[in-house]
Design a protein around this ligand. Structure first.
Ligand code: AAO
Length: 493
């Protein structure tokens, strides 16, 4: 389950949070395919509760009502069109699968018109009934919800923030969930992010996955299992460990982004210590992790997992992204966000519930592209920032090469090569790098892909001359907007 099934030569996914299927289809064709992205994590695809208080928050997508493919991102036909167009463009689709639970304890209607009563575990659109949720027989908290993360039974049998907790030990429930996932597999997705995996018993996850089809052989070849990323927040302080889930796929490596924020944002750690980042810092093996700087929860202070670097710190976000994508450890995900008006009161953002950019009727706004490649209407589109997409290409070019020529020229001045194919130099604080450095690359003139791109045989940004001994001069002011230089053999004059 740990192979993302990227098309050849691709190695980075992007989370297009709350995007519509029609926009993702267009983005695969016009941008993600040409720029070398491996795939897209899409927001939950199945019908969710319409939450009106507050008005249509992003998090209603995490309150399933049925497994019909009907949400504000689009309907089933639009989803099918997107998957087939993206696969054609060489870009994979990974679905955020919410299978641990249904809605909170209230009743109402879903985005596809199904009724529900979460308190009574009645979801006729599936159908699920009272026997299909955990309850007093195996959850022993007074209100049926999780309070103590130190008690694995409670975490797995009780309600996460009051959400109706599915009885995954039951064959009927496993069949229904597997049926939902198999429908998506048959449509052509490459895998799943499994929401709230920590709240499911590893054995129950095996019970569901043992029912899954192989991926479509016409797209992926025969005998291929879906790619799985399990959302397990493990910062080290609780009894439930990421390692319990390695048998059924990768896990979300929350520590990765927090540690890089310590270095590049808070400076409470120094870049020179990143020499053995990854397993050397106590993180799981490179094949067991999905790495990211921030996700849709911790970028808005939801769900714990520490204070990360987000698009609101653009300079540090670009530096840390360059490090993540240049570094060989793990499989990376770039966050693509939308903006909202933050309003902090007593340290809490009162607006962190706000849903995506929308029209007067609450329908999600189209993503439109400006002449300079950026997006309009509050869609941030970090994945379209040059410093990000050029590093996606860097990662593709250096794939398979080891980290070599590690050099720390100061506490926060670092440089390393990827074999003889790529090289990066980073100033992570306000200091000034002015040094001759061994790049490990063949001699020649390379385009710095941070300050510009390689276009029609020319560099639109800085040119770096590597001499016959592999050395080049780097003059990087840490106070500048982009204190990083990255070169690779795919962008050589
Ligand atoms: C909404 C309302 C609720 C309401 C509910 C039902 O906000 O008030 O009761 O509806 O009506 C999202 C939102 C929720 C929302 C939900 C449903 O974030 O606010 O509830 O949709 O609409 C835990 C889980 C983790 C989960 C995270 C949010 O383990 O799986 O909470 N993330 C996923 C999704 C997320 C989604 C759901 C799950 C539900 O990514 O978007 O919720 O589908 C500790 C634990 C973590 C735990 C956190 C938060 O974290 O370790 O496992 O995450 O607490 O409770 C330090 C520690 C760190 C610790 C953290 C916080 O950082 O290092 O370990 O402090 O204490």
């Amino acid at each position: 389950y740990s192979d993302p099934h990227c098309a050849a030569g691709r190695d980075t996914i992007v989370h297009l949070f709350e995007w519509k299927w029609t926009d993702i289809k267009a983005e695969c064709e016009r941008f993600l395919g040409p720029m070398g992205y491996c795939g897209v994590q899409v927001s939950p695809v199945n019908e969710n509760a319409v939450v009106t208080n507050p008005s249509r928050p992003w998090y209603e997508r995490y309150q399933p009502v049925s497994y019909n493919l009907n949400t504000r991102s689009g309907n089933e036909q639009q989803f099918r069109d997107m998957v087939s167009a993206c696969n054609k463009a060489g870009v994979r689709i990974y679905v955020d699968a919410v299978i641990n639970h249904m809605t909170g304890s209230y009743s109402g209607q879903g985005t596809g018109g199904s009724s529900f009563d979460g308190g009574a575990c009645r979801f006729p659109g599936v159908p699920f009934g009272p026997n299909d949720c955990n309850g007093g027989d195996n959850c022993h908290t007074s209100d049926g919800s999780i309070h103590n993360y130190g008690n694995p039974e409670e975490v797995r049998n009780c309600r996460l923030v009051g959400l109706a907790d599915l009885r995954l030990g039951s064959d009927y429930v496993r069949d229904k969930i597997a049926g939902f996932m198999n429908n998506l597999i048959d449509i052509g997705v490459a895998g799943f992010r499994v929401d709230a995996a920590k709240h499911m018993w590893p054995g129950d996850i095996v019970g569901v996955f043992s029912r899954l089809h192989n991926l479509r052989s016409d797209t992926f070849g025969s005998g291929k299992k879906p790619f799985i990323v399990q959302e397990v927040i493990d910062m080290g302080g609780e009894p439930i460990k990421m390692s319990e889930y390695f048998g059924t796929g990768r896990v979300t490596n929350f520590i990765f982004g927090v540690k890089l924020a310590d270095v590049f944002l808070r400076h409470s750690n120094q870049a020179k210590w990143l020499s053995n980042f990854g397993e050397g810092w106590g993180m799981p093996s490179t094949y067991d992790v999905l790495n990211f700087l921030s996700n849709h929860d911790n970028q808005r202070g939801h769900g714990g997992g520490g204070a990360p670097i987000t698009f609101r710190e653009p300079k540090e976000m670009k530096i840390a992204t360059a490090f993540m994508l240049a570094h060989p450890y793990g499989f990376p995900r770039v966050m693509s966000s939308y903006d909202w008006p933050v309003n902090y009161q007593n340290g809490n953002d009162q607006n962190n519930w706000m849903g995506p950019p929308h029209n007067g009727d609450m329908s999600t706004k189209d993503v439109r592209i400006n002449a300079d490649n950026t997006c309009n209407d509050g869609w941030i589109c970090e994945h379209r920032w040059r410093q990000v997409y050029n590093m996606v290409a860097f990662r593709n070019v250096v794939a398979g090469t080891p980290l070599q020529n590690w050099q720390a020229l100061g506490d926060n001045q670092i440089a390393f090569s990827r074999g003889t194919k790529g090289f990066i130099a980073i100033v992570g604080d306000g200091s000034h790098m002015n040094s001759d450095i061994n790049t490990g690359l063949p001699s020649g003139d390379y385009c710095d892909v941070i300050s510009g791109s390689y276009e029609n045989g020319e560099c639109t940004g800085k040119t770096v001359h590597v001499d016959g001994s592999g050395h080049a001069h780097f003059n990087i002011n840490g106070q500048s907007d982009d204190p990083v230089v990255a070169i690779h053999i795919g962008a050589k004059k």
